[in-house]
Design a binder for this molecule. Structure first.
Ligand code: GLU
Length: 460
């Protein structure tokens, strides 16, 4: 059975690249009727926080990326990691290294002076016939992996194709620090093996770790999984996506008024495609997903496209679908629900986010509006004031139904020999304070007699 995992380190926010990795792991597992696990890599106790873990849960839950089985916390597996390290020591695949910080620094400088890439020189690496330095009594050793010195490490990456690395380029990496804590490369291998992970799908920032990890798998006698390294997501300026490109955390998109299906749909298309399909659900993606359609080049974040997708999903909703996810501050306005429903229907085509809907609803139903002087000067004069006054009377004799309002407007324009905007624009200015809105007849009907008169009175 195919088993994948998302293995975030809870040391910061869950960013867009991270959640896209989760999505691809999820889709691949579901496509193959497999399992998708969540492992929290919280071994860096100084930088890992509960707040970051909570954001990971929140983001995944929001997007419907539900994991199978129990959540694995890497920090709880320290004993197991140390036991594997002990076995590696026993079997000659690892060794103790007593180099001090100063020695390592000196080593680095020596390599650099020779114009070589700095690496560990293997001075504590046991070899047949080699005499090791004398153990200092005051240094706690680290445990290093005895990486093969020759030959190639190779794998067929499901995204990047065949990758081949010469062992000469790989260091004897540290498996266990001097304080006894196992390192990332060791822990990941042991956990993936213990969890039965068949496919390791992660960001290509880990591609340098993979040959080291493959060597550890082999030394441990574990089966090597398949690997798929997903390309980076760049910002619109071509730089690595980061906080300065706007929303940093996935959960920020909740606050910005995006729908989860929009984020899923958008992220799916960041690096994967299915023919010309642009709009599809998580279920569709899970049915269609395959690695041969995952691009090996970097993807670029495109806010316009995300907004287009979000608009698509907002349009497909009705007010009851979205009312529970409106901002608390907006809900506190206590606008009449029947009116909110009408405003949503009238405006949803032009909303890229739910926050935009709230702004529109506030413009239509809220209290305070300032009419800008330039708009007043542009659209209001003695004639228009006269028209507004006449219309006010006619509207007040009606029931404010949309049919009545539209018929009054139509007849008035005709009888006064005006063009519709000559009356619609001043009405917009008076009622909304701005010169852009959907059908002004609908707006008058929605706000109703009381509010209509209030705004007219104030203006006139
Ligand atoms: N914890 C690592 C990270 O957040 C991922 C490790 C992996 O996927 O192998 O970058």
């Amino acid at each position: 059975m195919i088993k994948t995992r998302f293995a975030p380190s809870p040391t910061g926010y869950l960013h867009i690249g991270g959640i896209r990795t989760a999505l691809f792991n999820y889709a691949f597992a579901k496509k193959n009727h497999g399992q998708f696990y969540l492992r929290i890599e919280d071994t860096d106790t100084e930088r890992s926080t509960q707040a970051a873990i909570d954001k990971i849960y929140q983001g995944m839950h929001w997007l419907g990326l539900n994991h199978d089985g129990e959540i694995i916390y890497q920090s709880k597996k320290k004993d197991r990691h140390q036991a594997v390290i002990k076995d590696l020591l026993k079997n000659g695949f690892a060794y103790e290294c007593y180099c001090s910080k100063q020695e390592l620094e000196q080593m680095r400088q020596d390599y650099e002076q020779k114009g070589l890439k700095p690496k560990y020189d293997g001075r504590w690496r046991p070899e047949i016939g080699k005499t090791l330095p004398t153990q200092p009594s005051n240094v706690q050793p680290v445990i290093r992996f005895k990486n093969p010195v020759s030959g190639l490490v190779e794998w067929d990456d499901l995204v990047k194709g065949r990758i081949s690395v010469n062992n000469e380029e790989l260091d004897d990496l540290i498996l266990q620090r001097s304080d006894g804590t196992p390192t990332y490369n060791l822990s990941v291998v042991v956990d993936d093996m213990d969890m039965g992970i068949t496919h390791v799908i992660r960001g290509d920032d880990h591609i340098n770790n993979t040959p080291r990890q493959i060597n550890i798998y082999k030394a441990c006698g574990f089966a090597v999984p398949e690997f798929a390294h997903l390309s980076m997501i760049l910002g619109e300026d071509g730089q690595k996506l980061s906080k300065r490109h706007g929303a940093a955390s996935v959960t920020d998109y909740i606050d910005l008024g995006y729908l989860p299906e929009s984020i899923i749909n958008y992220l799916a298309r960041l690096g994967w495609s299915h023919g010309d399909a642009e709009l599809f659900s998580l279920e569709d993606m899970c049915q269609w997903f395959s690695f041969d359609k995952v691009t090996s080049s970097a993807s670029q974040f495109d806010l316009k496209k995300l907004n287009w997708i979000n608009n698509h999903y907002i349009k497909s909703k009705n007010y009851d679908d979205i009312k529970a996810i409106l901002a608390p501050g907006f809900v506190a306005n206590n606008f009449e629900e029947s009116k909110l429903k009408l405003v949503f229907e009238l405006y949803k085509d032009r909303c890229q986010t739910l926050r935009e809907f709230e702004q529109h609803a506030d413009t239509v139903l809220g209290e305070s509006r300032q009419v800008q002087e330039d708009l007043k000067n542009k659209y209001i004069n003695q004639d228009t004031l006269q028209h507004l006054k006449s219309l006010l009377m006619e509207f007040n004799d009606s029931d404010f139904s949309i049919e009545a309002i539209e018929s009054i407007l139509k007849n008035y324009v005709k009888n006064a020999d005006l063009k519709f905007p000559q009356i619609a624009m001043p009405l917009r200015i008076v009622l909304l304070g701005i010169d852009q809105s959907p059908s002004v007849g609908h707006i008058i009907s929605i706000i109703g007699k009381e509010l209509f008169n209030k705004r007219m009175d104030r203006f006139l």
